[in-house]
Design a protein around this ligand. Structure first.
Ligand SMILES: Nc1ncnc2c1ncn2[C@@H]1O[C@H](COP(=O)(O)OP(=O)(O)OP(=O)(O)O)[C@@H](O)[C@H]1O
Ligand SMILES: [Mg+2]
Length: 252
C-alpha cells in the first residue's frame, strides 16, 4: 500500500480495556536493500474476552503481529490501539507503561531470566504489573502449570517444556487483561499442552482477551475466531469450521 490513511480509531475510555484494534497497521523491516513487509496493511478488531487463534506458515508475520498487538513494537505505518491507547502516538516509554498494565506476553522463545529461579521468574511477572503478594501469586501460578516442585530450579536446569510452562506462569502472574501467547504449546506433549490450553481458556472465561499464535491447526477448534496470515496479509478471518469445540475434544 503506498498512501496510508490516517488512523481512524480515536483513543477511547475504560470500556475498551480488553480490546485491540489495528488500523492499516504495517511493520516493515529494512534488511539491506530489501524491505520485508512482515505485517502489511492489516485491519483487525479483537473484541474483549475473545479467544482468537492466529495461524500461518513460518515467516508469515505472526510474531510480528503479536509484538504490535502487545506494544513490544510500534507500527511503521497505520496504528494499533491497545486497551484504548493509540500506540502509534505513544513514546517508547509510554508503550512500556501501557504494556505493563494491559498485556501478559508468552514469548515464542520463553525469555526467562537465567540468573533467576523458576519462582523468581514468575514473581517478576507479578512484580512488574505492580501486584501485591507477588511471591504467593508466583507459587500459585507455578502450581497451576504443574511445576511447584521445580520452584528453585534455574532456567537451564529445566526441560524445554518446563521452561515454556514457567513462561506461561509468569504471564498469568501479571493478571493483566490481555494475554498474548506465541506458540504456547510448542514444546509440550499432548497431555500437558491440553492442560495449558485449558488454563488459557479459563482466562478467557474470566473475561480476559486471549490471542494464541500457533502452527497447530487443531488448536483453532477451541477458538471463537481463527485468523490466518500469509506474507503479512490476512487471508481468512472467521469462526472455526464446525463451531467452537471444548478443550477435551482436541486430538493431535
Ligand atoms: N528484525 C527483523 N529484521 C528483518 N526482518 C525481520 C525481522 N523480524 C522478522 N523479520 C522477517 O519478518 C517476517 C515475519 O517474521 P515473524 O517472526 O513475524 O514470522 P512468524 O510467522 O512468527 O514465523 P514463525 O512461525 O517461524 O515463528 C519474516 O520473513 C522474518 O524474516
Ligand atoms: Mg513466530
Amino acid at each position: 500500500m503506498s498512501a496510508l490513511s490516517p488512523p481512524t480509531v480515536a483513543t477511547a475510555g475504560a470500556e475498551t480495556t480488553n480490546r485491540i484494534d489495528l488500523v492499516h497497521a504495517c511493520r516493515w523491516y529494512e534488511a539491506g536493500a530489501r524491505t520485508v513487509k512482515a505485517v502489511d496493511d492489516l485491519n483487525l478488531h479483537i473484541d474483549a474476552a475473545a479467544f482468537v487463534v492466529v495461524l500461518g506458515p513460518s515467516g508469515s508475520g505472526k510474531t510480528t503481529l503479536l509484538n504490535l498487538m502487545g506494544a513490544l513494537d510500534a507500527p511503521t505505518a497505520g496504528t494499533v490501539v491497545l486497551a484504548g491507547h493509540d500506540l502509534a502516538r505513544a513514546t517508547r516509554a509510554e508503550r512500556t507503561r501501557i504494556r505493563r498494565v494491559t498485556v501478559s506476553f508468552i514469548f515464542q522463545s520463553f525469555n526467562l531470566f537465567p540468573a533467576l529461579s523458576a519462582l523468581e521468574n514468575v514473581q517478576f511477572g507479578a512484580d512488574v504489573a505492580g501486584r501485591a503478594h507477588a511471591r504467593d501469586i508466583a507459587r500459585q501460578m507455578l502450581e497451576q502449570v504443574g511445576l511447584a516442585d521445580r520452584a528453585d530450579h534455574f532456567a537451564h536446569e529445566l526441560s524445554g517444556g518446563e521452561q515454556q510452562r514457567v513462561a506461561i506462569a509468569r504471564a498469568l502472574a501479571t493478571g493483566n487483561p490481555i494475554l498474548l501467547a506465541d506458540e504456547p504449546t510448542g514444546e509440550l506433549d499432548f497431555h500437558t499442552g491440553v492442560q495449558i490450553l485449558g488454563l488459557l481458556h479459563a482466562q478467557c472465561d474470566a473475561g480476559k482477551t486471549v490471542v494464541v499464535v500457533t502452527h497447530n491447526r487443531e488448536i483453532s477448534r477451541i477458538s471463537d475466531r481463527v485468523i490466518e496470515l500469509s506474507s503479512g496479509h490476512l487471508v481468512s478471518d472467521g469462526p472455526p469450521a464446525g463451531g467452537r469445540a471444548e478443550v477435551e475434544q482436541l486430538r493431535w
